[in-house]
Write a protein that binds this ligand. Structure first.
Ligand SMILES: [Zn+2]
Length: 231
């Protein structure tokens, strides 16, 4: 019975899971370390974001404070940049890096950066596919209806594709952040290494997310062909 194939599932998913845990611990330790190191120019995350946005003619993008840790994000529909409390009001190296990264997403939005547009188009199908895909797929396997299982595979596959498209979007936002922080003179010398440590660790969590989505897809594909062989 394919649902009992836990050995195969663990074999495929454990490397991705370990990478995810490693990336999480790395981003948390880098964030903690550089949140405690004061930026020499004394600017808070909110001030950094405002400066980067204004320099890119994005005065219409508002900056708000949001609850949580590492909950920072840019909302393209409302054109609001939301920064977590410790980024918003803290003049730290980590805050500058995160704030400039989120401002980078706003710049991507303004410039209609290809991968970001693709990602936005995919959102509705991913919201459905992430939960409906596995249900349809398992239903197809149970009922031995190959076409149904394949529809489920494609629906879930959209989720994996979304996770892959997310990687260039995040890397590009971080690259923009590092460039603008040094060119605008917001961070100096070795401070940029701290910014890189935080942003590179964050990027690794997105790589881990894509690896996890792909490994789950691979597991489904193996189940599908395994199920067919037994018939
Ligand atoms: Zn981002």
């Amino acid at each position: 019975m394919f649902f009992g194939n836990y050995g195969l599932y663990f074999l495929i998913s454990i490397p991705a899971l370990l990478l995810g845990l490693y990336a999480q611990s790395k981003v948390q330790s880098a964030y903690k370390k550089y949140s405690q190191i004061r930026i020499s120019n004394g600017m808070t995350g909110a001030e950094v974001a405002r400066k980067v946005l204004d320099a890119n003619n994005l005065r219409n993008v508002r900056i708000e404070q949001v609850r949580g840790t590492l909950s920072d994000h840019y909302d393209p529909r409302k054109k609001v940049l939301r920064l977590s409390q410790s980024v918003y009001g803290t003049p730290s190296i980590a805050a500058a890096g995160v704030a400039a990264h989120e401002a980078g997403h706003a710049i991507q939005h303004k410039e209609k950066y290809g991968p970001l547009s693709l990602r936005s188009i995919m959102v509705p199908s991913v919201q459905i596919g992430s939960w409906l895909g596995p249900i349809i797929f398992m239903g197809g396997l149970l009922l031995a209806m190959d076409n149904l299982a394949i529809i489920g595979l494609f629906l879930f596959g959209a989720t994996s594709l979304f996770a892959i498209v997310t990687i260039p979007v995040e890397l590009d936002a971080s690259k923009r952040a590092k460039d603008v922080l040094s060119s605008a003179g917001i961070v100096y010398g070795s401070e940029l290494n701290g910014v890189s440590a935080v942003l590179d660790a964050a990027a690794l969590t997105y790589v881990a997310g894509a690896v996890q989505a792909l490994s789950t897809l691979l597991y489904y594909i193996l189940l599908f062909f395994g199920g067919r062989r037994r018939r």
